[in-house]
Design a protein around this ligand. Sequence first.
Ligand code: GUN
Ligand code: ZN
Length: 435
Amino acid sequence: MLAVRGSLLHFLRDPGGEGSSGAEYFEDGLLLLRDGHVLEAGDAQALLQRLPAQTVLKDFSGKLLLPGFVDCHIHYPQTDMIASYGEQLLDWLEKYTFPAERRFEDPAHAREVADFFLEELLRNGTTTALVLGTVHPQSVEAIFEASRVRGLRMIAGKVLMDRNCPEDLRDTPASGDAQTRALIERWHGRDRMLYAVTPRFAPTSSAEQLRRAGRLLEEFPDVYLHTHLAENRSEVTWVAELFPSSRSYLDVYAGFGLVRPRSVFAHCIHLDHADRKLMAERGAMVAFCPTANLFLGSGLFDLLRARECGLAVGLGTDVGAGTSFSMLRTMQEAYKVAQLGGQTLSPYRALYLATLGGAQALKLEHKIGSFEAGKEGDFVVIDLAATPLLERRMRHARSLPEKLFAMIMLGDDRCIAATYAMGREVYAAGRHAPT
Ligand code: GUN
Ligand code: ZN
């Protein structure tokens, strides 16, 4: 038994546009865990009275405990080329991304980057991510192996890519299918790992490859589908040329049976009403990646319209097009994107999107995303006074939402005091994490 004391905040449902409905907060709270799972979360004064003997007590009083952050879209092989200058999507892929991904043919390189990448996620309080590998199956072996030793809940997949990319980064419909199948059989549902069938995006897969991806999903209905959709205007035009009979970019994926629950589409900036409606009806979800969308000049995601259409949305960092591993930074930029679109994003909804919202979007809300009893004990400890400016700003905050908003706007990895997975410390500020 582990009891963790601190201010607890989590969500039981989407708080919607404004206000704190769906949020539960215990200023002096206690999170009780048994065998790595949440037993109870509540008021510390009450729960401390009836703690079983031999409970280990960890005191984070004055700090904020949130469920571990959920990053719904990230490329681990792009860790080494994050922050590469001067291009928009299609040129950026050619100039920076493909050369970086080529190196993952080497399993030793893949494992070294995977280890760094997971440490960086944990340093930022992220405990679950939906991760793209490269075209090389060994890239996925590396990230799953590195996740397994840390006991993390991770979803990953090998990129399917058989055309319109460098020759030495291509698979074929048959090899991509066989490699994916072998990875699903080896990793999906093993410990906390789950698999995502991952065509990079429509331009780099032939119709035959997309057809086979659809067949794999029929055969393994509880695996994910993970890809990019309608991020950049030149990309959208290119897809229209490559698939002239499809009504829209989304319709290309829909035609191959790829739009269904557990389908996660990154970006979704240039969609129309019919696309949003179809995605919502089919139970597909969006990964909103604000730092990447601003960095590549792709456009402004319409968060309000997505909510009105009942479309599930999670947040993604999209490293290396995204400029930060930090979900706090990602929430900051999501707020600014909303502002640029004449909308807003309340601190409660931003934090919901980064925790339970992401878990719901990944259909994992029965396992992660909140402190409800029975859930896996993944959480993050946030120091609201981590920098002189934060400490000063907090002194002037009169309410919880004011504090949370200032934390989102000014916070980053410096605020993460500790990260836990299944009730086990996997990161502590100033200390190397045990693996
Ligand atoms: N579209 C296809 N591939 C990629 C990628 O690696 N990053 C981003 N942001 N968009 C993509
Ligand atoms: Zn991406």
